[in-house]
Design a protein. Structure first.
Length: 79
């Protein structure tokens, strides 16, 4: 079976299917600094998506672009 290449449109469809669910986010901040937290995907827009953290003490909303996932700076796991 041929694997579909990762494109921004494919990533956007995957994020849209996960909207409203809790996922694990892994963010590469550079220089071997990786942050991870549990978050819920709140909204999906044309070029970005927003997540609301569930595991941190303060409810924070973060915004990431689909290119962040494409480049490997943000990884999403729905375990």
């Amino acid at each position: 079976m041929k694997k579909m290449p990762n494109t921004v449109d494919n990533i956007k469809q995957k994020i849209l299917s996960l909207k409203g669910t809790e996922v694990n986010l892994y963010i590469n901040r550079g220089r071997r600094k990786v942050s991870s937290y549990r978050a819920r995907i709140e909204d999906v827009y044309a070029s970005v998506f927003t997540v609301k953290s569930c595991s941190l003490d303060i409810d924070s909303i973060y915004t990431y672009s689909y290119n962040d996932i494409l480049c490997g700076e943000v990884k999403i796991s729905n375990d």
